[in-house]
Each structure stands twice: as C-alpha cells, then as structure tokens.
Design a protein around this ligand. Structure first.
Ligand SMILES: [Zn+2]
Length: 169
C-alpha cells in the first residue's frame, strides 16, 4: 500500500492540512514540509541486440511474478531516468545497454499509488547474460513474437516501439 505521511519527515510534528493553489494538502504546521503526493517514477527498457531482437525477462519476484516483462524498475533518488533504465537492465540481466530515445511515458494507477513509467529504447553494447533473483530467465524475441507481458505499461511501450521501428524499416 502507498504510505501516507502522518508526521512531518523533516521535524516530526503531526501533519495538518494546508490549502495550496485551491487544493488541500497534508502539510506541516511547524515547518515548510508539504506531502505533495506526486506519482512515483519507474523506467522500462526496450533493449535490442544486433539482430533487432528485444530483451525480455521473467519476473522472479514482486508484482507480475512469473510473467514476462521488460527490464526496469524504480528510478533511484536523483538518478537520471535514462541511466536508471541502463542500471536496472545491468542489475537484472547482466547486459550493458546504450540507452537511446524515449519511446513513451505511461500513467498507471497501482495499489501503491500513481506511477509514471518512462520507456526507453536501447542497444546492447556489452556484458553477458546473468541469471538473477529478479530475472531468473531472459529471452531475446523478434518484434512480432513478443509474448503477453505482465504490465499494461510494458505492453503499450512495446506497441509504440513496434510502430516506431516499422516506420524506420
Ligand atoms: Zn515539519
């Protein structure tokens, strides 16, 4: 579940409400803290090899477990999301990927609150296949052979990516 602040994480005072730009927000009566409640940001990577095949992982844990998905995860703190996509891919699959352009941004409402998924294209540039707890299995598939994916945002990203590559070809 999404964590709702009850106390100020900056000074520890019990939060009250403050009206800001016409909307009521949980806010600290003692300092400047406001719980804005914005979405979390995650990334997904559409990594291809020299033959144009797409990298998929089988999810080893968490939401979508057992299903196929793109490599990806939550952006870490101040990290550039594009670098986060490369990092998640390296951690999950062992592959180094040169991240290219943004394929799309997808808004998802999850049990943990709103989420924005940024999907990037990328090209395999090095590394070697590694089996990890997060991704016990990996698969390189042709664009027209992508199986059902565990997340709607990933399915939408694959559709957008397919239409981008078919325009180039
Ligand atoms: Zn405070």
């Amino acid at each position: 579940m999404r964590v709702e602040y009850r106390y100020c994480p900056a000074c520890g005072a019990a939060l009250g409400e403050r009206r800001i730009e016409g909307r009521s927000r949980p806010a600290c009566p003692r300092c400047d803290f406001v719980a804005w409640g914005g979405p979390q940001v995650a990334v997904a990577l559409l990594a291809t090899d020299a033959g144009g095949r797409l990298l998929l992982i089988r999810r080893g844990s968490g939401e979508g477990q057992e299903g196929w998905a793109l490599p990806g995860g939550y952006v870490d703190g101040a990290e550039d999301p594009a670098l986060g996509a490369a990092r998640e891919c390296r951690e999950e699959t062992g592959w180094e990927v040169e991240v290219g352009g943004l394929v799309g941004a997808y808004h998802v409402l999850t049990g943990d609150g709103p989420l924005v998924v940024l999907a990037y294209s990328g090209r395999r540039s090095g590394g070697a296949a590694a089996v990890t707890e997060e991704a016990p299995e990996q698969l390189w598939v042709a664009a027209n052979e992508v199986p059902q994916l565990a997340f709607s945002s990933h399915s939408r990203a694959v559709s957008a990516w397919r239409s981008q590559i078919s325009r180039v070809a």
